[in-house]
Design a protein around this ligand. Sequence first.
Ligand code: SF4
Length: 88
Amino acid sequence: MDSRPGETYRFCRMCDIVRDIPSDIGEYADRLYAALDEDERADEELIKRRLSVCEGCDRNSLGTCLACGCYCLIRSFARSQRCPKKKW
Ligand code: SF4
């Protein structure tokens, strides 16, 4: 990045986070799910139920929850997670 004299370098924290996410979100999601303790993992039925609520939610923007900024899929993985709008 070019900077002019007297300017300080600034960076976007979100770009920093996104850079570490592989382009294959499915593989990334699989890794995150596998990293959870087994008793913390939501089962397939619970994940499907949660995602069907997200699917019809006005806060869902292409799979990202606008209420919390998480991917809906990834938020649904952990049993202890809750919808920020208390829909699930
Ligand atoms: S997590 Fe809750 S608020 Fe976010 S998209 Fe899903 S249902 Fe909507």
